[in-house]
Design a protein around this ligand. Structure first.
Ligand code: ADP
Length: 312
């Protein structure tokens, strides 16, 4: 079983408007509300692939219950720690021929007791998991120490953990003594923590960045490169992963889907080449769907067979 951790989930509201009018009322007929947050995208994709998954994290208030109901209506098992604050809304307004205006609530403030209570619950859930994924940002009141604790507990239990976060949270974890088994930064995220610009087409450039002390002792590093696939360091070897051209419908959430693929590959103890192909296939399948964090498993094998993994 895969256990996914989402510490700062949201109800994602999408409003489609022909034109966004400022300082007046906008009436909207075309809208959707989904259980959002990067970790919930990871969860959905794993579930849609028919693999066992449990989602955990923090949920509170009516919006927290809304997320639990949405997940259970999709047949997804959730085991969240209840908080006294209210889970947040994140609003995206799609308007004026391709413009996107977002309003992101900061979300609830978590108490020290709630943080400790979550970690206790996490330890119990860990018994039934063989792989853990950690995705996204942290709510106020929770320090990156919680991610470090999750990683330590998972490794002490002899299990693998994938961390997908960015900025100072990622940098703090990578300078700690408890590094994850795997990370999946995109180019922007990796440049953000090493404070250098990388030429994504220059293998030596990427290898140079990966020799940074921050990445020492992380067995699997997948730098995802959008339509260009990925560049990977696994143990002491480097891999170039080339993917075929496809028709992209909506690329949002592809990184999350590719994390879901890594988790499935690790959970099934596949060979590294097949773990990488599974990851890329799910990233690609996500881009082919309108809905964020959705894949069509029927198309899996055809795409998988077209991906090339080469040692470089
Ligand atoms: P993130 O969403 O974290 O920025 P990427 O954009 O690198 O991550 O996407 C993750 C994976 O999804 C890629 O490695 C690739 O497999 C797939 N993907 C993303 N964008 C495209 C695209 N335009 N064409 C084909 N595959 C894509």
């Amino acid at each position: 079983m895969i256990l996914t951790v989402t510490m700062n989930p949201s109800v994602d509201i999408s409003y489609k408007l022909e034109q966004l009018k400022i300082d007046t009322v906008n009436r909207c007929e075309n809208y959707s509300k989904t259980a959002g947050g990067k970790g919930l995208n990871v969860t959905r994709v794993i579930h849609q692939m028919g693999h066992q998954v449990t989602a955990t994290g923090l949920l509170g208030g009516a919006l927290g219950r809304y997320i639990e109901d949405k997940l259970s209506s999709e047949g997804i098992a959730g085991n969240f720690y209840p908080i006294s604050g209210e889970t947040r809304n994140c609003i995206a307004i799609l308007h004026d021929n391709g413009k996107q205006t977002e309003v992101l609530e900061k979300g609830p403030v978590i108490s020290a007791e709630e943080g400790a209570g979550f970690l206790k619950q996490f330890s119990q859930l860990l018994d039934d998991a063989n792989v853990v994924t950690i995705s996204g940002s942290l709510p106020e009141g929770i320090s990156p120490e919680v991610y470090i604790d999750i990683i330590r507990k998972t490794h002490e239990a002899g299990k693998k953990v994938i961390l997908d976060t960015s900025g100072s949270t990622l940098a703090t974890v990578l300078t700690s003594g408890n590094k994850p088994y795997a990370i999946k930064p995109n180019l922007e995220e990796i440049q953000g923590i090493v404070h250098e610009t990388i030429d994504e087409d220059n293998v030596e450039d990427i290898k140079g960045i990966l020799s940074n002390e921050l990445f020492a002792d992380i067995p699997l590093i997948v730098i995802s490169l959008g339509a260009k696939g990925a560049f990977v360091k696994f143990e002491d070897a480097y891999y170039d992963v080339v993917i075929p051209k496809i028709k992209v419908v909506n690329p949002v959430g592809s990184g999350d889907a590719s994390v879901g693929g890594l988790a499935i590959g690790l959970s099934k103890e596949l060979a590294i080449e097949d773990i990488l192909k599974t990851s890329m296939t799910l990233g690609m399948l996500n881009t082919m769907e309108e809905k964020t964090g959705h894949v069509n498993p029927v198309k899996f094998q055809d795409i998988f067979d077209l991906i090339k993994v080469t040692k470089v």
